[in-house]
Ligand binder design. Structure first.
Ligand SMILES: Cc1cc2nc3c(=O)[nH]c(=O)nc-3n(C[C@H](O)[C@H](O)[C@H](O)COP(=O)(O)O)c2cc1C
Length: 181
C-alpha cells in the first residue's frame, strides 16, 4: 500500500519537517510504502491549474498511485499554508476517493486544530475522505530531540492507530477508486 506524506510548508526552518520524518518512519514500521512529497518541490508563482505543467504532472503521478495520503501541515494564522493550497489546486479529480490522514503542527498548545478544520473542508471538496484519526503535534519545538526522535512515547501508539485507520479506509475505498479510474 502506497501512502505518500505531503509536507505542507516551504518555510525556512520549518519544524513540520520533523513531524513528516517521524511519520515516514512510522509508515515504514507499519509496512507501508511511503515518501515525503515536499511542497518546496511544487512551488508555484501563481495558481496553475493547467495539468500540463511539469509540477502538476509529477504530482498527478504521485496522487494517482496513492492508496491514501497523509498531509502534515502547520497552522499559520488559523489556516494552512498558501503554498499547500496552490499545490493541491493543481489537481482535482485525481483525488477522488483517496482517504487522507491529517497531522496538525503548531508551536502553541492546539496542535493545528483550527487549521485542520479548513483542510478537512478543502479535502472534502476534492472528494477525499479525511479520517477522524487526526494527529496533533502541539509545542512542536519541544517535541523532538536533536536526532529527530520524538520525546513523548504516546506518539508511537497514536501514529500506529493513525495508520491502522488510514489503511482500513484505503482498503474499504479501493473498489470505488477502481470504478472511477
Ligand atoms: C505566518 C505564521 C503564522 C502562524 N500562525 C500560527 C497560528 O495561527 N497558530 C499557531 O499555533 N501557531 C502559528 N504559527 C507558529 C507555528 O505553529 C510554528 O511555526 C510551528 O513551528 C509550526 O510551523 P513550521 O513548520 O513552519 O515550523 C505561525 C507561524 C507562522 C510562520
Amino acid at each position: 500500500m502506497y501512502i505518500p506524506i505531503i509536507l505542507g510548508t516551504a518555510r525556512e526552518g520549518r519544524e513540520s519537517e520533523k513531524v513528516a520524518r517521524f511519520m515516514l518512519a512510522k509508515a515504514a514500521e507499519f509496512g507501508l510504502e511511503s515518501e515525503i512529497i515536499d511542497v518546496r518541490d511544487y512551488r508555484l508563482l501563481a495558481t496553475d491549474d493547467t495539468k500540463t505543467s511539469e509540477a502538476a504532472k509529477r504530482l498527478m503521478g504521485v496522487v494517482l498511485r496513492a492508496d491514501g495520503i497523509v498531509i502534515v501541515s502547520p497552522e499559520y494564522n488559523h489556516g494552512y499554508p498558501g503554498e499547500l493550497k496552490m499545490m493541491l489546486d493543481m489537481l482535482y479529480e485525481e483525488y477522488f476517493g483517496k482517504p487522507v490522514g491529517i497531522c496538525g503542527v503548531s508551536s502553541g498548545v492546539f496542535g493545528g486544530a483550527r487549521m485542520i478544520e479548513h483542510l478537512v473542508a478543502t479535502c472534502a471538496r476534492f472528494h477525499m475522505l479525511p479520517t477522524g484519526e487526526v494527529l496533533y503535534f502541539p509545542r512542536v519545538q519541544d517535541l523532538f530531540d536533536e536526532n529527530g526522535a520524538v520525546k513523548k512515547e504516546a506518539y508511537h501508539r497514536r501514529a500506529k492507530k493513525f495508520f491502522a485507520v488510514l489503511a482500513e479506509y484505503a482498503e474499504a475505498l479501493q473498489s470505488g477508486r477502481d470504478a472511477q479510474s
